[in-house]
Ligand binder design. Structure first.
Ligand code: SF4
Length: 111
């Protein structure tokens, strides 16, 4: 490999590493390129997908719901963005914010 090609490759790799390091701070996730910037995502409404509700207590009569299950302790929860609303890494919720106190039937416990 020539010196120019080697230098170009190093520059590219350095840029790619920097982009990946900055992305979480900028609110960008690399999930198939489908996710909008955090501040551009609307808040999910009830029934967005998977019987989602913004208040988990509204799912009390759902056959899959168990007390204590909340978006904020779900494996898909991606952290709060603002005022109790945050990202969800489930493919059907990538373009919306979900409520930390919400729930859907795709819930899976974190940890
Ligand atoms: S997958 Fe988890 S975090 Fe996402 S909406 Fe459903 S319960 Fe909430």
């Amino acid at each position: 490999m020539s010196n120019d090609a080697s230098k170009s490759r190093r520059t590219f790799l350095r840029g790619a590493a920097l982009t990946l390091a900055i992305a979480p701070v900028a609110g960008v996730s690399f999930t198939g390129g489908r996710r909008a910037l955090a501040e551009d995502r609307p808040k999910a409404e009830d029934d967005h997908a998977h019987d989602y509700v913004n208040d988990a207590s509204d799912a009390a009569d759902h056959e899959l719901y168990e007390e204590g299950q909340l978006c904020e302790n779900c494996v898909f929860w991606d952290g709060e963005v603002e005022n109790g609303w945050g990202g969800c890494n489930h493919p059907d919720f990538l373009d919306v914010l979900v409520n930390a106190e919400g729930w859907c039937d795709a819930y899976a416990p974190a940890g």
